[in-house]
Design a protein around this ligand. Structure first.
Ligand code: FAD
Length: 315
């Protein structure tokens, strides 16, 4: 018995979301954890340290989602895996449903818990923009689960994985996009994977005032984010927009600076473990969702916070 995990490679190493999917699979206690990946792989891609015992590797660099799905389903069959796990990132969202169709499997897309097998096979996911939880019962013999980035965390096992060539047939490509490399501007970590996010809204008054936001983010090794109007008016790039119509994130620490806390914004960030709000209006709705709140002008609070963060980091 084994669990297959699809892993995305960046510069020969498994992405953080993929390592989290491996951690999840190894905590399932459902047999050997076998990873499938394609493209350039360095060593075991760091996967043995997070629970993989074997890595099935196909060297082809550019495959479309349909081709990857075929390979993953074939790899699952070869590995004798009834369960396939993905990170619920861009690749997982594109490939997991296709694998489920190929395997005739039930799927939970966007899981936030390990399966509860005490009565059946139940996996929890959040629904209605994080306002409710759904316990989804999978009744098929084959199962596909994609887990929301940062919902489970990384768990090192410090093991090692053997690497085996997997020369499956990918079939023909049905799309014209040959290669897709998600790049974060300026080499920062991708927003969905970030542990700490420094986010700002219209309270910052204009794009020229983002210096302190970026400085605070760089002290903490954090990603930057913004509210929707900030992206809509072009103060910040659209890939930073978080919320119901933007990216949903679950960092360990979320700073919301000059953001009112509208329900559509909260929908994308209310899974954060700790929320720190800075707003000059004590009645701002965001304070109701905050773990820590500072009522004050961001332009006065930020320099003090930056100094405090620098001094904290230097100790
Ligand atoms: C269908 C739909 C989908 C939407 N999806 C999203 C979404 O995905 N993400 C999203 O963010 N929004 C979304 N919105 C928009 C949302 O409703 C809000 O309008 C938006 O989040 C407000 O952005 P904001 O908080 O930056 O701006 P504002 O509402 O203008 O709030 C600015 C805040 O900054 C504070 N402030 C002002 N000056 C300072 C200062 N000097 N120091 C400290 N604080 C200060 C103010 O007190 C205020 O609370 C959506 C709306 C709709 C209708």
């Amino acid at each position: 018995m084994s669990v297959l995990v699809y892993t995305d490679l960046h510069d020969g190493k498994a992405s953080k979301g993929s390592l989290e999917a491996l951690s999840y699979a190894s905590k399932m206690n459902a047999g050997d954890v076998v990873a499938f990946c394609h493209g350039t792989l360095n060593g075991d891609g760091g996967m043995g340290a997070f629970g993989a015992t074997k890595v099935l590797h196909n060297a082809i660099e550019n495959l479309d989602a349909g081709q990857i799905a075929k390979m993953v389903a074939d790899a699952a069959s070869q590995a004798g895996a009834d369960v396939v796990v993905f990170s619920h990132d861009n690749s997982g969202k594109a490939v997991a449903p296709r694998v489920a169709v190929r395997m005739n499997a039930g799927i939970v897309a966007g899981a936030i818990s390990l399966p509860n097998t005490s009565a059946g096979y139940v996996v929890r996911k959040s629904v209605f923009s994080g306002k409710a939880m759904a316990d989804v019962s999978l009744k098929t013999s084959k199962k596909v689960i994609s887990i929301v980035p940062n919902s489970f965390g990384l768990h090192r096992t410090d093991g090692t994985a053997s690497v085996e060539a997997f020369n499956g047939d990918a079939g023909n490509s049905s799309v014209k996009v040959r290669s897709f490399k998600p790049t974060s501007t300026d080499g920062a970590i991708p927003l969905p994977e970030a542990d700490i996010v420094v986010s700002a809204g219209r309270g910052m008054k204009g794009p020229e005032n983002w210096g302190p936001i970026e400085e605070l983010a760089s002290i903490f090794g954090a990603a930057t984010a913004c509210s929707r109007p900030v992206a809509d008016i072009g103060w910040r790039p659209h890939h930073e927009h978080v919320g119901q119509t933007g990216i949903a994130i679950r960092p360990t620490l979320y700073f919301a600076i000059g953001i009112s806390g509208a329900i559509q914004h909260l929908a994308g960030v209310n899974g954060s473990k700790v929320i720190v709000v800075i707003n000059k209006d004590p009645e701002a709705p965001f304070f109701k969702a905050a773990d820590y709140g500072i009522v004050g002008d961001a332009f006065e609070v930020l320099p003090m916070l930056i100094e405090a963060a620098k001094s904290f980091k230097s100790h």
